[in-house]
Write a protein that binds this ligand. Sequence first.
Ligand code: NDP
Length: 344
Amino acid sequence: MTEKPVCVTGASGFIASHIVRELLGEGYRVRGTVRKNPESYPYLLSLPGAAERLELVNADLLAKGSFDHAVAECEYVIHTASPFEISISDPQSDLVDPAVNGTESVLESCIKAGSVKRVVLTSSIAAITDEPENDKIYTENDWNTMSSLSRNPYYYSKTLAERAAWDFIMHKRTGFDLVAINPPLVLGPSLSPALNTSKQMIRDIMMGEYPAIMDMNWGFTDVRDVAKIHRLAMETKRAEGRYLCTGDTIHMRDLVALIKSSGFTGYRLPNVDLSGKTGSALITLLSFTKPRNVGKYIRTQIGRTMNCDITKLQSDFSFAFMPVKTSIIETIEDLVRWGHLKTA
Ligand code: NDP
């Protein structure tokens, strides 16, 4: 194990805070980057091992050279910071600029540091495709070629950021390698009171934002598994390239049934099933009444299932996923605990 701190960018976030916890739990020293005063993050500072081994420093994806101090002396950098939002006003400045320029900025700082051996990048399934083909099995060789500033711009930002990282590694003499992790929707308990976008989707389903069951399938992975996968990607010498890490896929109908049968009552769960052919045509029409990015997301996902081949992850890391049902139930319990869910 390295005595040097491991840098985790965007340590305040849903996934990164779990990465920080995972690393502290394994005895690492951690340097997390945040945007506010470190005292604003009691949920990080109170983690087991934090008092002795966690340092929080300021860095911003949009400020050139901002990560120089954060990565100095580090051998490993886990770059997770990136805006994850669907409803934005300007896709270029709200999503693409921080995702792409921020990734390049972190990598430039790693070159300057001279000590970095590996960067683990939190990419996304969004960089694989934004409109899965049902009869295809996706692998690490697939790239999203359809998103744009006007079509699923969050997907676009993640695709451009990951591409920028690989271009950087290919064209510059970095002295370090890159491993990318491409998770699907990530669920599970939050360490912070904030509600991130993936958990908001579960909240929205329970709070009546989706009045009908749609023909939607989501791949999920628990945040604690995602954190472990980042650590394994950092520690495993032979790890290379990209890693798909979809744990399980669940249809919206089964998700709603699971929630109902798990004793969560009093919520405005969808009670009409529009997952058939006619229903899907209606949903497609109705999607045009939703905010532009939400409508586009629905239209590119409806009736589609993303099948992922995770052989590479399993053979390099021998990884066993937490069951998706456990993760969903614990997500809902956590939403209740933080006051994000209110009964009707
Ligand atoms: P969060 O919104 O919880 O975390 C995003 C993090 O990025 C926060 O720490 C945020 O800081 C930081 N950040 C955003 N903009 C900037 C900026 N300009 N400068 C510095 N930091 C910034 O999201 P998640 O934890 O869900 O996502 C984390 C990563 O995982 C992202 O890269 C996302 O694309 C990826 N991902 C997420 C999935 C999911 O389902 N959650 C699935 C696949 C990939 P602050 O707290 O100050 O806002």
